[in-house]
Design a protein around this ligand. Sequence first.
Ligand code: 13P
Length: 251
Amino acid sequence: MRRKILAGNWKMHGLTVDLQEINEISKFSKSCETEIILFPPITLVSKISSSITESSLKLGAQNCHFNQAGAHTGEISAKMLTDIGLTHVILGHSERRTAHLETNEILREKIKAAWENDLTTIVCVGESAETAKNGLTDVFIQDQLTKTLPNHIKINRLIIAYEPIWAIGTGEVPSLKQIKKTHDLIRNLIKNNYGSLAANSIRIIYGGSLNQDNSKDIFSLPNVDGGLVGGASLTHTSFIPIISLLEMQPN
Ligand code: 13P
């Protein structure tokens, strides 16, 4: 049985004034079976940590460096994230792959660094609009995931997020059939490359324009173990209904 997960990626959003939103999400999460993880900007972490001490809400970072320390101006290491109490990290988000030129090879090193520091890692994969239009999604995802994941994986520290680039922040979502096909493909790939235990244990979540209107049907797909939410995670009024829809799904 895989525990459902809902993750909120705040990207470069969030000021002190927005802490109230996180407090409301934190209060709601106390009664949830679903694992709820927020990825706020690093600037808010210490304030959030001190205000959610009784909560089951988990906190993560949106990136880490592959080295533990060193002359890397502006970077933060996995070790530093663990040091401030974070438990999760997102790696391979398309916004970082594109804007920060993070290759599969760089990401593999980052994943290893995250695992060495006991961070659970959400590894993102997703195809562009052009790749989807050309019918090459399966081939692309297979190649991207195989090249991004290390040869030896930490089953209990890996979550995979399927985020089609063209669905991020656009209001567009793939058809249920397409989402099912890609999630099935990812689960099969994990089975072939890492065995049945890994395939049965690793959570595969969907991201890209999730909201309270479209998430129920997506969450009901057998190989969808939850979601990675961007825009709709920024307020408790848009995020909590999505958590509730996931809570309603049988495990
Ligand atoms: P949106 O939910 O805003 O489309 O963002 C998805 C995403 O990129 C989460 O990582």
